[in-house]
Design a protein around this ligand. Structure first.
Ligand code: EGV
Length: 386
């Protein structure tokens, strides 16, 4: 083993300022007050409960019907629920994966075949950076504010073959507007760069539900989009990540996909179809009201605490950052942990400059309101104790 390589700590040894975000999320998994990971853990709605009651029927359907049909229906229901009407329907263009991180690994390996470096949005969830770097790619931080302010500096394209953007971003919730996406796609097309999007949080924000595929397609850019059902519905991590790509991508994504999996379970595909139909028939609006009300509760519980700020006032994502002037996120994380409450210190989201995240904490909002309220009261207590 190389002496210079950074060794990740074993699970039980993870502390708030070491390891990656997911290792901190592991520690929270058995707590009643887990507001760390971004997965959906709230109670099922009445409509969703009906689908769970029908699981034996969906299993039978998965046994009987051709998987190709179930997959086509799941994709159609999902993309239509989220306004993505121009998604590609030709065979092989939407690759169903066990999770969006598996899609990300397939993309990273594919990029590494022909590209040396990727301009990656900063901050964002650290496993995106880790998967790209793990496949030997060099990373250039693309500051989120610069991305939203206007055109990218053309100098960037001299040193990068791919621009990777998370929208809505995790943890900030910032959304790339239709106008910005149009220009970004034009710029990438003009410079021959691949444009990659991770839209895993788009279901929470109608501002991210304009038809992205129409814009990508019209620009002529080589594009890839990672979609995810995993953040939206409390399905015990039964989910699908999708790697969607342009016909001119020129990367071996289908080959590498086949190295890793044959396909996802037809039971899960049938379930995704039903949850998507429920979302389109009012489930999404219900989810938006639920998250907005949890967000309002968090903000009002923490309002007027000295030095506590709301860094992302416009966010509609299912996560909320809290700015803390007088303590580090890691210190607050430690105080909360003593009460069995787990949030996420934000250092590692700033994958190129962790200290930029020193004074923020991320809370998960896709939780039942009761335990979330108790967790936020513990946070208020932790922030006021000497
Ligand atoms: C979030 C978990 C992985 C990831 C959580 C996440 N980590 N896949 N290594 O799904 O925001 O908490 O995205």
């Amino acid at each position: 083993m190389s002496g210079t390589q950074q060794v990740k700590p074993a699970l039980g040894e993870t502390e708030g300022d070491t390891g990656n975000l997911t290792q901190l999320e592991f520690l929270a998994l058995n707590s009643e007050f887990n507001i760390a990971d971004g997965h959906a853990r709230q109670a099922l709605t009445t409509g969703q409960n009906k689908i769970v009651d029908d699981l034996p029927l969906l299993f039978a359907e998965g046994e009987k019907r051709p998987v190709e049909e179930l997959e086509r229906e799941a994709h159609a229901a999902f993309f239509n629920a989220l306004g993505q009407h121009s998604y590609p329907i030709a065979p092989g263009r939407v690759l169903s994966c066990y999770s969006s991180s598996v899609a990300m690994e397939i993309l990273s390996r594919s990029l590494a075949e022909t590209i040396e470096s990727v301009a990656l949005i900063h901050p964002t969830f650290d496993n995106i950076a880790d998967l790209l770097r793990g496949n030997g790619l060099k990373l250039l931080p693309l500051d989120e504010n610069m991305l939203h302010d206007g055109d990218l500096d053309v100098g960037l394209f001299a040193s990068t073959g791919c621009v990777f953007v998370t929208t809505p971003n995790n943890p900030t919730g910032r959304v790339v507007s239709k106008e910005r996406l149009t220009r970004l796609a034009e710029q990438c097309a003009a410079h021959g760069a691949i444009l990659a999007l991770d839209t895993s949080f788009r279901g929470f924000d109608t501002r991210a539900q304009y038809d992205h595929y129409e814009i990508l397609q019209a620009s002529g850019v080589r594009w890839v989009v990672i979609e995810d059902t995993g953040k939206l519905w409390p399905t015990l991590d039964l989910k699908v990540g999708m790697l969607v790509h342009s016909d001119n991508l020129g990367l071996p994504v289908e080959q590498i996909y086949s190295d890793i999996l044959l396909g996802v379970s037809p039971l899960i595909l049938a379930m995704v179809r039903r949850f998507s139909e429920d979302a389109a028939a009012g489930g999404l609006e219900h989810l938006h009201r639920f998250i907005a009300s949890n967000r309002a509760m968090v903000r009002s519980e923490l309002a007027e605490l000295p030095g506590v700020t709301v860094p992302d006032p416009e966010s509609r994502a299912s996560v909320e950052r809290v700015g803390i002037e007088n303590l580090t996120g890691t210190e607050v994380w430690e105080r909360l942990r003593e009460h069995n409450v787990y949030a996420l210190p934000c250092r590692s989201f700033h994958w190129a400059n962790p200290s930029a995240g020193d004074h923020t904490l991320r809370l998960a909002l896709a939780r039942s309101t009761d335990p979330l309220t108790q967790s936020v009261r513990a946070l208020r207590h932790a922030l006021t104790q000497r």
